[in-house]
Design a binder for this molecule. Structure first.
Ligand code: G16
Ligand code: MG
Length: 221
């Protein structure tokens, strides 16, 4: 029996993945590292500082900066990102998500959030979706970020449910690894090749249908 749906935020509930990209691209321009959409794919679901490390490696600049400078760069990226999410409203909820949340709630199934973003609460508030969530895992106190299962396990614990009875929904390959390692049923939204480790993949959020997901989960058990 499905006890909970646990959602990733960026790229699943709203398209902030694109804003993260714009903010990293802006930092990249400052430090002379070109970030394209393909490389950005590898940053999805990865924490802020880990993303910065990957970008510096991409530009062969991993030994060029002190920790203090790296902190400043991460803050620079975040300030721009925060300015971009300031104007997010309920209109930015991706297609099908509101309907899905409504149906889950109507069926008395719990809803959790497992985002790597320290800005998740703000984004959810701006989207006016906070009321749907029974528990929001706090990325700030999560030791190991995706692909480690920790944030999904933290969500299951906060919801007081068994991970094997959870459906996890993600847009990032690292997130699918996290869900699988947490022993949850993994659903990917996006490119089938990138998300090839997911148990089930849809190419857009409007194809996330409550009844179909429940059926898939029941069949696998
Ligand atoms: C998100 C994004 C990542 C981002 C991370 C940290 O994770 O996918 O690109 O680096 O959060 O975000 P912040 O800098 O706001 O703390 P998720 O798990 O919601 O996809
Ligand atoms: Mg994501």
């Amino acid at each position: 029996m499905v006890e909970a749906f646990i959602f990733d935020l960026d790229g699943v509930i709203t398209d902030t993945a694109h804003y993260h990209y714009l903010a990293w691209e802006k930092l990249g321009n400052e430090i002379g590292i070109k970030i394209d959409e393909e490389f950005n794919e590898t940053l999805k679901g990865i924490s802020r500082l880990q993303s910065l490390e990957k970008i510096l490696i991409l530009g062969n600049k991993e030994n060029d900066f002190t920790n203090e400078e790296k902190e400043k760069m991460a803050n620079y990226k975040n300030s721009y990102y925060v300015s971009l999410i300031e104007n997010i409203t309920f209109k930015d909820v991706l297609p099908g998500i509101l309907e899905l949340l409504e149906k889950i709630r109507l069926n008395n199934i719990k809803i959790g959030l497992a985002s790597a973003s320290k800005n998740a609460v703000k984004v959810l508030n701006n989207l006016e979706l906070t009321k749907y969530f029974n528990f929001i895992a706090d990325a700030a106190i999560c030791k190991n970020s995706k692909p480690a299962p920790d944030i999904f396990l933290m969500a299951a614990k906060g919801l007081n449910v068994n991970p094997i009875n959870c459906i996890g929904i993600e847009d990032a390959s690292a997130g699918i690894d996290a869900i699988n390692d947490a022993k949850m049923y993994s659903v990917g939204v996006g490119d089938r090749e990138i998300l090839n480790k997911a148990k089930f993949v849809v190419d857009s959020t409007e194809k996330l249908k409550f009844e179909a997901l429940i059926k898939l989960f029941e069949v696998k058990n």
